[in-house]
Design a protein around this ligand. Structure first.
Ligand code: COI
Length: 356
């Protein structure tokens, strides 16, 4: 599916870096951005010259279709620095494939593979002083594409902007997460865009998630829209359930995001003799397992969220508390395995790290 294009990457550097003014010990997720950003416009049927320029606001016509119809897709990735100052991406090929898969569903043209990787690597290298070494630190990378045609007809845009911005990041959730299981609202429908990282998938969750937050839950675990019987994913992460010694996660479908962390954990479970089943899982199964004590863990998995243990869930106005996490929990074991690979502290037998 990949294609290539031929324009040379244009670079304009900042006169002076802002990095020394940043307090890395106190970073809210996604609010501080590095010195530079990457962008590339699509017009007249082709991706134009890719550019890296100082991070700055941009001017877009109020009629741009992204504002009216939400024609926008994005990715979430991270760069990590080891103690020797080497910088790594984690499975960036997966993000490249997924952004183009999401784009295709939103009628956005495919982005060229060489522009994506050259832009990403050059940008991360230019801003690598913003990456703190050590497990728990990373540079969150946000590639995205927006429709920028000045025209409010409800039709695909003829011009787009692809961008990458970077934000130094620590944990997305501080501490454990309490979740509400969806019984009324839905995240995605069969045949819809649930599998895509479409901006609108996230906007659609904000209101029900806010209602959940008002009741003390950080996230919603979404269930199938037709029957609210099967557990699908949480708003910012895929979800794993441990019943006795077996991990279970829902199969991906046209309603569920094909998470890079999710698929890496399924592989890491296999590599570490942790039984893992990828199969539909009913809400009633975890309710029963919680009642009989066989439900040992629930955790979310995503690039931003990493692995976030869930401490309780509510379903039909009943709250079910989960056992406390310890170093033997699958979430702790898998999290440290994955972070050690990402930070170049462990062998990478699956070839997931890309040094830049
Ligand atoms: C990610 O995990 O990278 C995501 O895109 C989730 C986002 C809502 C922070």
């Amino acid at each position: 599916m990949s294609n290539t294009a031929n324009a040379k990457l244009q670079i304009e550097k900042v006169k002076e870096s802002r990095v020394s003014s940043i307090d890395f010990s106190d970073l809210a997720f996604g609010k501080t951005f590095t010195d530079h950003m990457f962008y590339c416009d699509y017009k007249n049927g082709a991706w134009q010259e890719p550019k890296i320029v100082p991070y700055q606001p941009m001017t877009i016509d109020p009629s741009a279709r992204v504002f009216h119809y939400g024609q926008a897709v994005f990715e979430g990735m991270k760069a990590y620095k080891d103690d020797n100052g080497k910088v790594f991406l984690f499975r960036p090929d997966q993000n490249f494939k997924r952004i183009n898969k999401s784009a295709a569903r939103l009628a956005i043209p495919e982005f060229p593979e060489n522009y994506f990787f050259e832009g990403l690597k050059t940008l991360v290298n230019m801003d690598k002083a913003w990456i703190q070494p050590g497990v728990g630190n990373s540079l969150y990378l946000r590639p995205f594409v927006i429709a920028i045609d000045s025209a409010i007809a409800a039709a695909p845009s003829e011009s787009y902007r692809f961008m990458i911005i970077c934000a130094p990041a620590k944990a997305y959730y501080k501490g454990t997460v309490r979740v509400l299981i969806a019984e009324k609202f839905s995240r995605s429908a069969s045949g819809g865009v649930g599998f895509a990282k479409a901006a609108g998938n996230y906007a659609a969750q904000f209101y029900p998630t806010k209602l959940a937050q008002d009741r003390g839950y950080q996230q919603v675990i979404w269930t199938d829209a037709d029957t609210h019987t099967y557990l699908e994913e949480a708003g910012t992460m895929n979800v794993f359930f441990r019943i006795n010694d077996t991990l279970i996660t829902a199969p991906i479908s046209d309603r569920i995001l094909d998470g890079v962390t999710r698929k890496s954990l399924i592989q890491l479970a296999a590599d570490n003799d942790i039984p893992c089943e990828v199969r539909p899982i009913k809400v009633s199964e975890i309710v029963e397992a919680s009642k009989d004590g066989s439900l040992k863990e629930i955790f979310g998995a995503g690039t931003a969220a990493v692995i976030s243990p869930i401490s309780a869930f509510e379903f039909q106005e009943q709250v079910y508390e989960l056992p406390e996490v310890n170093e033997h929990s699958y979430s702790s074991r898998l999290k440290s395995k994955m972070l050690n690979i990402q930070h170049n502290l462990a062998e990478d037998k699956n070839g997931w790290r890309m040094e830049i």
